[in-house]
Design a protein around this ligand. Sequence first.
Ligand SMILES: Nc1ncnc2c1ncn2[C@@H]1O[C@H](COP(=O)(O)OP(=O)(O)OP(=O)(O)O)[C@@H](O)[C@H]1O
Ligand SMILES: [Mg+2]
Length: 342
Amino acid sequence: MLSQKLTKIMSADIGIDLGTANCLVFVRDKGIVLNEPSVVAINKTTREVMAVGEEAKRMLGKTPINVEAIRPMKRGVIADFSVTEALLSAFIKKAIKLVPWRQQILAPYILIAVPSGITEVEKRAVIDSAKHAGAGCVKLVEEPMAAAVGVGLPVLDPAGNMIVDIGGGTTEVAVISLSGIVSAKSVRVGGDELDLAIITHMKKFYNLMIGELTAENIKIKIGSAYPVKDEETLEVKGLDIVSRFPKTVKISAKEVRNALQEPVTSIIEAVNGTLELCPPDLAADLIDRGIMLAGGGALLTGLDRLLTEETGLNANVAEEPLNAVAKGTGIMLQNDYMHRER
Ligand SMILES: Nc1ncnc2c1ncn2[C@@H]1O[C@H](COP(=O)(O)OP(=O)(O)OP(=O)(O)O)[C@@H](O)[C@H]1O
Ligand SMILES: [Mg+2]
């Protein structure tokens, strides 16, 4: 058996945030080296992978007949195992190319953050996929724990720390104390559900069909959870359901906020539900410590304000919410937080 020190010299340590919307890869001593959408474009006839990540996302909804752009993870779970494996494999291979040759001698140690709600079968599938993709040893960590570490919450303290990670497919809420999750909730509502609510709104009120990318764009540009001053309007292009011709309509920030109300309420309910499950002493700590928001969904305008109002606790958005989980895996690798037997 090789000593731990030697193993560290001869192999890479890689942290992966395997997100529904985005996949980020952290390499020890280098930081986040990859940050790309979790999309794979495949040839429908041969099942050959045509493109992965950024390039494949550009193809979403715009592929020629024989090419399909797939998001293999939906609502925080693996919907397509073989395509997820292709995605992991492409990213792991790209990451390995970025480490010095001596760290390529042994297969890498890989720490993957996964949603806390996934089943044992899904966990096994992630581990097997990473092993097929060239990992020597694979460890999993729950996403909210990685996010909490990544945003710098003092998770080792004997006190309550609340993290809310709003991703594309899931919202993960957890109260952490003494490096363990004390109470948690994982709901399959995130940015995708918000996009879907916008698609439904456009169909219902304007007979307008829009794609996922357009809906996401509307959400990012004028979407909100709480009223803001000087609300904007936006011109949206899509396809008229009746005439089948392209058309443009103007929508307001207020109507988008109304359209988003249902999924936003589910997120608030997940936070309240976790607070209810939390032991009183730890819940009391949150009065001083507040709630930390991470994940891309945390960037929805006014969500922090709405959460503060609804819970009575101070909700703050992390500095780089989209990087929180990947950073957390990196900090864990860097500090030998995980037990690293091979
Ligand atoms: N400025 C913004 N306003 C609102 N939503 C945003 C903004 N920027 C990104 N998002 C949304 O954040 C989501 C992606 O976040 P993130 O990368 O944290 O998800 P993920 O980790 O891939 O998903 P999951 O954790 O559910 O598996 C997308 O739905 C995206 O539309
Ligand atoms: Mg995530």
